[in-house]
Design a protein around this ligand. Structure first.
Ligand code: FES
Ligand code: FES
Length: 176
């Protein structure tokens, strides 16, 4: 059996990557198995749970629904790209920690990446998020442990932290 392959050139967490992959290799498998970035989790493998969410050119995407070859030329960010091992956590990660937005943690990277793409859009810059707005932002992902309350609180807290950061003199997009 001949396996058709193709070269992928992209940036992952700011680092250039060039790799030859089977054309049918999923982006989630490329990240986890080829690049060893196992923070991106795979649950349902068909676009339902959101555990595999990463950013492709700044947009949240389900990596189990993309082929690796589809990110050729793109900037990919995974959960590992938010804070290095010796860096402070991103404010959204801090909020998950502070408000018990995780238990087993399986869903957490996907929630963080999905929520972050919305918060980085500058949603509701002048006022706190309501609980229902926070629920809507987190509503595309599934968690089987937490009951969601801590996740919703974390979204509200992170929104506040990012608003404060934007108001500060050196404030920017959400990457303090
Ligand atoms: S593993 Fe991709 S959406 Fe569930
Ligand atoms: S914390 Fe276990 S699935 Fe969400």
């Amino acid at each position: 059996v001949t396996v058709e392959v193709s070269e992928v050139r992209c940036h992952v967490n700011g680092e250039p990557v060039t790799q030859t992959v089977p054309v049918r290799r999923l982006l989630s498998d490329f990240l986890r198995h080829d690049l060893r970035l196992t923070g991106t989790h795979v649950g349902c493998e068909h676009g339902v749970c959101g555990a595999c969410t990463v950013h492709v050119d700044g947009v949240a995407m389900r990596s189990c629904l993309l082929l690796a070859v589809q990110v050729d030329g793109a900037q990919v960010t995974t959960i590992e790209g938010l804070a290095g091992a010796n860096d402070p956590l991103h404010p959204l990660q801090e909020a998950f920690k502070a408000f018990h937005g995780l238990q087993c943690g399986f869903c957490t990277p996907g929630f963080v990446m999905a929520i972050l793409s919305v918060l980085e859009d500058g949603r509701r810059p002048d006022a706190p998020l309501s609980e229902s707005e926070a629920r809507e932002i987190a509503g595309g992902n599934l968690c089987r442990c937490t009951g969601y309350q801590g996740i919703v609180a974390a979204v509200q807290q992170a929104h506040e932290s990012l608003r404060e950061h934007r108001k500060s003199p050196q404030g920017g997009r959400g990457d303090p």
